[in-house]
Design a protein around this ligand. Structure first.
Ligand SMILES: Cc1cc2nc3c(=O)[nH]c(=O)nc-3n(C[C@H](O)[C@H](O)[C@H](O)COP(=O)(O)O)c2cc1C
Length: 172
């Protein structure tokens, strides 16, 4: 969940409109991994999982992008197979059908054939699979710096110029 927190923190510094939906398991994982709770920067709009009364549940509202971070293999599989029985899954379905950017930050290892087939299907449908694989060549000193090596790539794929993490061969 630290990946989600860091992405929100970085997005909070931009002028972009940001909405947040948490899956039901996300609440449990937040308790486990973020004892201080998930902090929403000012202006970020939270939505319940069960109500479809959110703008991004319909393609009639144009969004720039959706990121599922972290994305479980459960959610990835449900998106791959068109289950849309909550607003998070529906939003992903809408993002794909409207050809908007959908970035899935998967976090599972090792991967079984079902995971890989679902990823293949999602790639064919236009999603970006961006596994939460941190890098260490810039010698990160804190957990936040490790997480930012992944979050920086997410921001790159959102088209947001950022210095969230040092680049390969960048001067210190
Ligand atoms: C504390 C905790 C951590 C979990 N971590 C992962 C994980 O890193 N990756 C994963 O694919 N599933 C993980 N799971 C299993 C998922 O929660 C489970 O597959 C669930 O069906 C996913 O549903 P959701 O995507 O709606 O949250 C975890 C479960 C718990 C309770």
């Amino acid at each position: 969940m630290i990946y989600a927190q860091r992405l929100l923190d970085w997005l909070g510094e931009t002028e972009h409109e940001t909405h947040v939906v948490l899956s039901s398991y996300a609440q449990a994982v937040i308790r486990q991994e973020l004892p201080a709770e998930l902090r929403l920067p000012e202006g970020v709009v939270p939505h319940g999982l069960k109500s479809m009364n959110a703008p991004f549940a319909s393609g009639s509202n144009v969004i720039d992008a959706m990121v599922v971070i972290p994305c479980t293999m459960g959610t990835l599989g449900r998106i791959a197979h068109g289950y849309s029985d909550n607003v998070l899954l529906r939003a992903a379905d809408v993002a794909l059908k409207e050809n908007r950017k959908l970035i899935l930050v998967s976090r599972e290892t090792p991967l079984n054939l079902v995971h890989l087939k679902n990823m293949e299907l999602l790639l064919q449908a236009g999603a970006t699979i961006l596994p939460a694989n941190p890098h260490f060549y810039a010698n990160p000193k804190t957990i936040e710096e490790v997480a930012d090596t992944v979050v920086s790539r997410v921001l790159d794929h959102l088209g947001l110029a950022n210095e969230a993490s040092p680049r390969w061969q960048e001067e210190e």
